[in-house]
Design a protein around this ligand. Structure first.
Ligand code: SAH
Length: 465
């Protein structure tokens, strides 16, 4: 270890900042958050920095001089753009045994400042020992996505309960177990969401009966159309917490790998006409696992509330009194449109967009076709491949022009995505030739013509008519 990370208490402590420009201002923001009483020495001092210092007596608009007395300061930071000044500050401070940091010059520092995830009172510092600040910042961004801002409030609440818990649970091992169970429980989520009353009630109950903590929950997670990068931070966070993961065919490769390694993975199928687990059994499984105290991630392709039967699944959970969360996801239409270079609306082409299910029952499709005739509206059919011929025929019969542009997007957002273009009257034949595989989405309307000019990005291939 090249450095020992420590947390310095600077609240109310005098700190000298040499430099008055942008870098100095950045450091001053950090020191200000830690409660330091700043003195700034620099010929010119930025307006924001002057504000941060607060007291104009502590803004000294003069060049740094090694003769300045330093003994009242707890630490010194040099952030000037003059390397000679920075080196001199470092030398004088070291001679006086005063901790000194010179921005971007690890060799001149007696302490360095890590990248910080601030969830006060929870703090994470990430240091590369000066080797690669960019890598440290990357790790910080990852941690920031995993621990939402509300975690600070949870830590504060737990801090306030420590004495009480210590007096009620005398044995140290029991106490540690209690805290471990609490931190992992939904109480932390409640606190992070500022639902303090409910959290307090559950905390009190857990203190009386730690068994009450064995509390399952279901996360209905929209996992997006395939590319794992399209999951939300929240989706990732909850997935990584799950003990059990229920997933189906629409879940893209790479998404399951993001679950905990020890989590049980259960395939619940849903191939067209080959249901690995019927919907009512899925609903029941969610309830059963949660009742057994498990945290269950139900991964849904796209968005759970768009042709996802998410409503039915949570109805069962509500009836059973089980905690649940629903996490929105990027729906297939958004993914296909963006990765396929087909804007769903466009000033010159479409003022509205309609999401329609093309799911057929017994090769029939009963839809209000007469409502789909507005040439300035984009139509998106989910589950429309099997019924493609019916859809095109009915739209033309109702009066939509046969030369209306149309795209079939196969495996949108996945590495093997394909965009197949044609028109209402030709698509049936093109699909027979190109044989796209599920999942596929149909986009109908003049916006499809934009694919030719916009479809080059995101690495999609195009099999035009
Ligand atoms: N809840 C999902 C839709 C479920 S219905 C969502 O919001 O996206 C299943 C249909 O979604 C499929 O038949 C297909 O039409 C569409 N779909 C889902 N993922 C897709 C993908 N990656 N590419 C193309 N279509 C997709």
């Amino acid at each position: 270890m090249d450095y020992l990370p420590v947390c310095l208490k600077l609240d109310g402590e005098p700190v000298l900042l040499v430099g008055g420009g942008e870098i100095a201002t950045r450091k001053a923001r950090l020191l200000h958050r830690a409660g330091a009483v700043l003195t700034v020495v620099a010929p010119e001092v930025s307006a924001e920095l002057t504000d941060l210092v607060g007291d104009s007596a502590r803004v000294q608009r003069t060049p740094w001089s090694p003769e300045k007395p330093l003994d009242q300061f707890r630490a010194v930071i040099a952030a000037t753009n003059d390397t000679a000044v920075n080196a001199e500050v470092s030398q004088v401070c070291r001679a006086a045994n005063l901790p000194v940091n010179v921005v971007d010059s690890p060799a001149l520092c007696s302490f360095i400042i890590p990248a910080i995830v601030d969830r006060n009172p929870l703090l994470v510092g990430i240091s590369s020992s000066g080797a690669s600040p960019v890598m440290a910042r990357r790790i910080r961004s990852t941690l920031e996505t995993l621990y939402p801002p509300g975690y600070g409030a949870a830590a504060r609440f737990y801090g306030e309960q420590r004495d009480r818990v210590s007096s009620e649970i005398a044995e140290e091992g029991d106490r540690r177990q209690f805290w471990e169970a609490i931190v992992d429980s939904p109480i932390t989520d409640l606190l992070a969401r500022q639902e303090v009353a409910e959290a307090s009630r559950r905390f009190d109950r857990a203190l009386e009966d730690p068994g009450a903590l064995i509390h399952g929950a279901v996360y209905l997670i929209g996992a997006g159309p395939g590319d794992p990068d399209l999951m939300t931070f929240k989706a990732l966070r909850l997935l990584q917490r799950a003990d059990v993961v229920l997933y189906d065919r629409l879940i893209g490769d790479g998404i399951l790998e993001l679950a905990r390694r020890d989590a049980d993975r259960i395939y619940v199928g849903k191939q067209r006409s080959e249901h690995a687990m019927p919907q009512d059994q899925i609903n029941q499984a969610l309830v059963d696992y949660a009742r057994a105290g498990k945290r269950v991630a139900r991964l849904k392709g796209g968005d759970p509330f768009i042709f996802g039967r998410g409503g039915e699944e949570i109805e069962g959970l509500m009836k059973a009194g089980i905690d649940f969360e629903v996490v929105p996801g990027i729906t297939a239409a958004s993914g296909a449109a963006c990765y396929g270079g087909i804007p769903l609306t466009h000033r010159d082409h479409a003022q509205s967009v309609r999401f329609i299910t093309g799911h057929t029952r017994n090769y029939e499709l009963n839809l209000p076709w007469a409502q789909f005739l507005n040439p300035a509206e984009t139509l998106v059919f989910y589950m429309g491949l099997a019924g493609l011929e019916i859809i095109c025929r009915e739209l033309m019969a109702a009066g939509r022009a046969g030369d209306t542009p149309m795209a079939v997007i196969e495996k949108a957002t996945r590495p093997d995505q394909r965009v197949i273009t044609g028109t209402l009257s030709t698509m049936h034949r093109i699909v027979e030739e190109t044989q796209p595989a599920a999942p596929t989405l149909l986009i109908i309307g003049s916006v499809v013509t934009l694919h030719e000019s916009l479809g080059w990005f995101n690495g999609t291939s195009s099999d035009d008519d």
